[in-house]
Design a protein around this ligand. Structure first.
Ligand SMILES: N[C@@H](CCC(=O)N[C@@H](CS)C(=O)NCC(=O)O)C(=O)O
Length: 216
């Protein structure tokens, strides 16, 4: 049984989605960031970076316990452990890695920046807000094009078959879909609907859907 320490944020939801989609026995342990649960001595022993998500797999590689942080590492670990959602075609795998990195770095960073400049910073600077909003739309414009290209190849997902790349991007889409209208992003919206219909995605998103959540 893998312990998944998460909260209802994009990074946390990537981990819960991947565990559910991979069919790995796990339990989700909510770490309430607002209440400072990520700062307790017990949690710092699991992730000294004081961030979610993190996992503890008592039956890790070689039968040894494994503690792991970083949403991208956790998503890939789940897929490798289960032997699922890893594109067999090397070009598809390389594209999945590209989208995994894009979600983990550029998109996650921009989403966090939007939250900072719109909600946290005491002074709202319109030009800064505009900068990050435009950047966010530019990245999702690339995702829209990627999904259209995949459709032309007869595929429904970012890198051919459903893969870890889709699990990485989906929470960033789902938590900010109000900024990504279907009229402007039709392939993305259709992808979002396909993802949302999956039982594993629904299970992984439960942390979020049960209560309104922060967006970063
Ligand atoms: N690069 C990390 C980012 C993790 C992260 O920023 N987690 C946030 C929640 S989404 C957090 O725990 N923030 C609390 C803090 O930094 O104090 C990942 O992909 O897992």
């Amino acid at each position: 049984m893998i312990d998944v320490y998460a909260w209802r944020t994009t990074n946390g939801l990537r981990a819960t989605i991947a565990m559910a989609e991979c069919g790995l026995p796990h339990r989700v342990i909510p770490i309430d960031l607002g209440a400072g649960a990520h700062k307790t001595p017990e949690y710092l022993r699991i992730n000294p970076a004081s961030q979610i998500p993190a996992i503890v797999d008592p039956d890790g590689p070689g039968g040894q316990p494994l503690m792991l942080a970083q949403s991208g590492a956790i998503v890939l670990y789940a897929c490798q452990k289960a032997g699922r959602h890893l594109p067999a075609d090397p070009a598809d795998f390389a594209r999945a890695m590209q989208w995994c990195m894009q979600a983990a770095s550029d998109i996650a960073g921009t989403s966090a920046a939007i939250n900072q400049v719109e909600n946290v910073a005491p002074e709202k600077v319109p030009s800064t807000i505009e900068l990050f909003r435009k950047r966010f739309l530019r990245y999702f414009g690339i995702a829209e094009k990627q999904l259209r290209d995949q459709q032309a190849r007869g595929h429904d997902y970012l890198a051919g078959p459903l893969s870890f790349a889709d699990f990485m991007l989906y929470p960033n889409y789902a938590l900010r879909r109000d900024a990504l209208p279907a009229t402007d992003f039709p392939a993305l919206a259709a992808w979002g609907d396909r993802m949302a219909a999956r039982p594993g995605i629904q299970e992984g998103m439960r942390l979020h859907t049960e209560k309104n959540s922060p967006k970063a």
